[in-house]
Design a protein around this ligand. Sequence first.
Ligand code: BG6
Length: 478
Amino acid sequence: METSKSVFPENFLWGGATAANQLEGGFQEGGKGLNLADVLPGGKIRKTLRTDPNFDYTIDKSTYTYPNHEGIDFYHRYKEDIALFAEMGFKTYRMSIMWSRIFPNGDELEPNEEGLKFYDDVLDELLKYNIEPVVTLSHYEMPLHLIKEYGGWRSREVITFFERYARTIFERYKDKVRYWLTFNEINSGLRIPMYGLGFNIVKEEDKYQPTFQAFHHQFLASAIAVKLGHEIIPNSQIGCMILYAPVYAFDCKPENVMFALEEKRLFNYFCGDVHVFGEYPRFINRYFQEHNIKLDIQDGDLEILKQGKVDFISLSYYMSRTEEINNKGKGEGNMISGVKNPYLQASDWGWEIDPIGLRISLNELYDRYRLPLFIVENGLGAYDEVEEDGSIQDDYRINYLREHIKAMGEAIQDGVEMIGYTSWGCIDLVSASTGEMSKRYGFIYVDKHDDGSGTLERKRKKSFYWYKDVIATNGEKL
Ligand code: BG6
């Protein structure tokens, strides 16, 4: 066991993070409508289908399994799970509200009371233990009706539906929730439009115009939500959420350095710039011209962006990426893309493990935006074994988290302002990219398997006790 002097602020928010669609289950309960996650099959086939232009968003149980339908049954077991979070000493819990529980089709005028009541109960349970909720409004689960009938965020009308949803949520939970995030990993729409933007790309060369028009709609929706949230909940803190992966040039060849810079600006900064500065960055003009993108920006839109600037930036961090100009976007080296970094090891899923990359990321973000940062996802997806005595010895996870928390501590000493840290999938849940249960992130093991079998029993892993100590000592004991 290593010890070091704590560098974390006194009220640092330690905790864990989940997303409604990956753990709740109850997919046809409480008046909920169908959403994107309900039609995504389990297993590696998900990776193919999510970019398949012919994917028809229907449920075909004769061919596929649908792990999100049951999730880990948080819908019925949230009290037990929150009690375990409290036992670890969580100061905060990042969760999301499922849009399709509140507005089952997305375009109704009135919300579904049963859905609202469910989150009242979950939030009350958290507050009972003094756990500060951090709520994401939209985490990869747009109501299916909006995808099928409106084409997802390509449609400007969806802004109105989102505004109604956000207003409903803010008014209902205004006394319970202070920290809010608008769209999960908003920049991921550049890679997987289905998840974040709610539509498929038919031909690669045709992707630019619809993708960026959809982003424009989402930026407006996010800004409207920020403004509304500030009006309805005066002490609220509302952030954007960026999937951040620092981009390294493969070597010092200037062409590679320039390419890495372009990738960094587009993927890491484009969305953040609009949220923080309330305007499009100048560098995007050239990109728009070169890809023949002409945004339909209506009167008043730019004003809305200005009025909805975020209070902080939240990020997920799993890996860095290394780019080389001739490799353009082929994604051979890492999950995100780029070439293999010879200095890094990768997880069983090919995600390159790079704690120093986290320190770099935090410094880059803080240097650019000068806003407090909140790490709302970080963790290691790994296979876990239950030993004969029932224990789970996940030292690999502890090592991963320890190194990343240390890197965050270094960044704080570099001068970066940090609000908190919520490790991803604090309880095992369904993987977003592959729909697997065997890709586990949790401190809490859930007896559920890829084939759908399992008792759903919860068990504390070795990392559970380790993280409890980390929190109790405010990061002094790592
Ligand atoms: C992030 C998402 O991309 O990474 C989460 O916000 C997701 O929803 C997490 O679960 C880890 O990815 P995966 O594919 O291992 O579940």
